[in-house]
Ligand binder design. Structure first.
Ligand SMILES: C[S@@+](CC[C@H](N)C(=O)[O-])C[C@H]1O[C@@H](n2cnc3c(N)ncnc32)[C@H](O)[C@@H]1O
Length: 287
């Protein structure tokens, strides 16, 4: 039975923070914007002074803001490409305030989008989607799951309408650092059983010694902040470790995509000096 908290729902502060960074990008960085998402801000509905929060400082946290929009853009380019190839199932693990389903309806409405997240923040998001007038369309399925609960969440996905016999694009951004390595390994094992033609993209945090020296102090501040808000970073991976985990979980040819390569892809031509900080890389795997 759902607890009272799960029924009422409370936002996840980490999901709100990244949604606010995506909004800040549009508000404080000059065009062209790498990613445009102001719906997350609408859903989050922060207090009036939110832009004065230390973690929103336009200059001091610009690297994080840029890294968040870089990964969001990479994921959305990947999903659009997969949808173009006829993939019609999109699974967002630890969806938070992801707003693909609201912003990209021309693609999303032709797919089935499964948002997987912790029960309480998901209940809150569902309510906010209704409050601001989006609602939850038939093709958007919200699947409450706790990845640490040691259960087969893929069964819940199927119960929500996921067809395991058809390919899917599955993404997880900004989640593995909050999970134990055991929970991520269990998640990867369930994903390795996806139908051929499926694609996975998952971000992970690098250990400090692999982060650019210039970015280490900022990362420490963010790590301290995460711990203080009750959502500590518990897992860091070297790219080799993440690739080995993926192989051991059943993926044949996992690839490492560095944050630096996203910086090169999406920020090289900018003249405002905005560049993503280093520290978060991606695992990309096809089945
Ligand atoms: C930093 S947010 C990222 C949200 C979204 N993926 C994005 O990039 O905007 C982390 C997300 O992981 C989810 N999460 C953390 N621990 C989880 C768990 N044990 N089970 C399911 N979701 C979890 C949180 O609820 C939150 O939505």
């Amino acid at each position: 039975m759902a607890t009272a908290d799960e029924q009422a729902g409370t936002p996840d502060s980490t999901a709100v923070r990244v949604a606010l960074w995506r909004a800040m990008h549009v508000l404080v960085d000059p065009p062209p914007h790498v990613f445009v998402d102001e719906i997350g801000l609408q859903l989050a509905a922060p207090d009036e002074g939110w832009r004065d929060r230390p973690d929103m400082d336009p200059t001091g946290t610009s690297g994080f803001r840029a890294a968040i929009v870089a990964r969001a853009r990479f994921i959305e380019d990947l999903v659009a490409e997969q949808a173009g190839r006829g993939v019609v199932q999109y699974v967002v693990l630890g969806a938070g305030l992801d707003t693909f389903a609201q912003r990209r309806t021309e693609i999303a409405a032709r797919m089935r989008v499964f948002e997987v997240d912790q029960p309480s923040p998901q209940a809150w998001k569902r309510q906010r989607l209704t409050d601001v007038g989006f609602g939850v369309p038939e093709w958007l399925r919200m699947v409450p799951v706790d990845f640490e609960a040691n259960e087969s969440w893929s069964e819940r996905l199927v119960a929500a309408g996921f067809d395991p016999g058809r390919p899917a694009v599955v993404v997880s951004t900004g989640v593995t650092m909050y999970l134990t390595k055991g929970a991520t390994a269990a998640t990867l094992r369930q994903l390795a059983g996806l139908a051929p033609g499926s694609t996975l993209a998952m971000t992970f945090l690098l250990p400090t010694d692999l982060v650019d020296v210039a970015d280490r102090a900022g990362l420490q501040v963010s790590e301290n902040g995460a711990r203080a808000s009750g959502t500590p970073f518990v897992s860091f991976y070297t790219p080799q470790e993440m690739l080995a985990l993926a192989r051991d979980s059943g993926f044949d040819s996992p690839r490492h995509v560095s944050g630096a390569s996203l910086a090169e892809r999406y920020f090289a031509d900018r003249t405002d000096g905005l560049r993503p900080s280093s520290g978060e890389d991606l695992l990309v795997a096809t089945i």
